[in-house]
Design a protein around this ligand. Structure first.
Ligand SMILES: NC(=O)c1ccc[n+]([C@@H]2O[C@H](COP(=O)([O-])OP(=O)(O)OC[C@H]3O[C@@H](n4cnc5c(N)ncnc54)[C@H](O)[C@@H]3O)[C@@H](O)[C@H]2O)c1
Ligand SMILES: N[C@H](CO)Cc1c[nH]c[nH+]1
Ligand SMILES: [Zn+2]
Length: 386
């Protein structure tokens, strides 16, 4: 936090100069321009292979369909002489952080950008660390498809500070969303008194619960798949079946021989299915896989997680194409929030039109206003309706 505070302060005080310096220090990139020009985006996007473009288009369609189905309608109704309702208004300016330290994440730009578009956000800005000052071709392709206002080649805590406070080049936004490493998430938390944030979406977490219907090789594959995100990934396998735990342990041990992998795995022995879900609920992981015969039954016991892969479903298909989001809460935040949906980009504006409120409702308001010591509140109601 102290380190990140220092980075954030540098951006507040020295703006673009700090962004250039910090990018050189942490990313070893000498930026000539912070903002990718439209020509730069087009050139990068044009260099993308046709099969990746087609894959992005196909996944886009699936994600858009999912988020369209989630978007709430405006509500209007009434009771006791009062007309009331909700108008959902999109947030105006949204900044999306797309991680890019160890890997490239065009899928993440879709996961945040598509629900933002569906919600009706008018200005989308993107920050992502570049490779040698160049924008990732797939990221450029998705950014153009989204019609982003600007894409900045800046990553880390400095990118979050720039979008929260604004600099000469970077536009100050109303809300910042998106995953990233510890520095990025700590920065989001620090600036959250000045700008909206979507929560904490840090290093990936996966808990797998499996029974004897599961293939041990696939359990290991799913754990290692999420382990690809980097050394901070949190990987847990829970079962009550000794033989399955031993098989998974055996495969992991044989794979680790002579291999300097930095992945860590936790194997947990539960008493039974219900105990396994209870342990998972207490962990509150980002991803939960119910690799069991009866995933729907177990789902009814799940309290805390970002997304559930049911039965044979690999968690990685949620990362790309299933429809639900892969931007999910970590660090126990799934106890009180879920993954990104259109609701992260919408505000409910509530209204009431009290043309002829019922007498008892008017009386009740005046009585309670008096009780609270708000005499004039009561009078402003009484003078109209009594
Ligand atoms: N929870 C989710 O929804 C979700 C989704 C996708 C990815 N992720 C996670 O996002 C993370 C991506 O991390 P990443 O590192 O690859 O990319 P990143 O873009 O989050 O971080 C890279 C940036 O970190 C900064 N940085 C690196 N070392 C630093 C240091 N010592 N001091 C200050 N700043 C420093 C650099 O400026 C760099 O640009 C992974 O942990 C992955 O698991 C989570
Ligand atoms: N598993 C990550 C967090 O849900 C998302 C991701 C992006 N690309 C691959 N995986
Ligand atoms: Zn993943």
């Amino acid at each position: 936090m102290d380190k990140v505070k220092e980075i954030v302060n540098q951006v507040i005080v020295r703006g673009d100069d700090a962004l250039i310096e910090l990018t050189s220090k942490f990313d070893k990139v000498k930026l000539i321009n912070l903002n990718a020009t439209i020509d730069e985006l087009r050139e990068a996007s044009d260099s993308l292979s046709e099969d990746v473009k087609i894959s992005i288009d196909r996944i886009w369609d699936q994600l858009k369909n999912f988020h369209d189905s989630v978007k709430p309608p405006n509500i209007g109704g009434g009771r006791d002489g009062i007309y009331f309702g909700i108008i959902w208004r999109a947030i105006e300016k949204v900044g999306i952080y797309v991680p890019g330290g160890l890997k490239s994440y065009p899928s993440t730009l879709m996961m945040a950008g598509i629900p933002a578009k569906v919600a009706g956000v008018s200005e989308i800005y993107v920050c992502s660390p570049s490779r040698n000052g160049k924008v990732d071709p797939a990221l450029a392709y998705v950014a153009l498809k989204l019609g982003v206002k600007s894409m900045y080649k800046v990553g880390g805590a400095q990118a979050i500070a720039a979008m929260a406070f604004g600099t000469k080049t970077v536009t100050k936004v109303d809300k910042i969303v998106g995953p990233g490493n510890l520095f990025v998430q700590a920065a989001k938390f620090l600036v959250s008194d000045k700008v909206g944030i979507d929560g904490i979406e840090g290093p990936t977490e996966l808990v797998i619960i499996a029974d004897d219907s599961a293939k041990p090789e696939l359990i290991v594959k799913d754990l290692m798949a999420q382990g690809e995100h980097g050394p901070s990934t949190f990987l847990v396998f829970i079962s009550w079946n000794d033989s399955l735990l031993e098989k998974v342990n055996g495969i992991l041990e044989s794979l680790s021989k002579g291999n300097s992998s930095d992945m860590n795995f936790y194997l947990v022995k539960a008493k039974d299915q219900a105990d396994a879900v209870d342990i998972a609920n207490r962990i509150s992981p980002e991803h939960l896989s119910l690799y069991v015969r009866n995933p729907r039954e177990l789902l009814s016991l799940v309290r805390n997680t970002g997304a559930v892969s049911m039965g044979y479903t690999p968690p990685a298909i949620i990362d790309y194409a299933a429809g639900p989001n892969h931007i999910l809460p970590t660090n126990g935040w799934s106890r009180f929030r879920g993954g990104i949906t259109v609701y992260d980009f919408l505000k409910p504006i509530m209204y009431a039109d009290a043309m002829s409120p019922s007498k008892d409702l008017v009386r009740a308001s005046i009585t309670l206003a008096k009780y609270e010591g708000f005499q004039i509140h009561g009078e402003s109601i009484g003078e109209r309706y009594e």
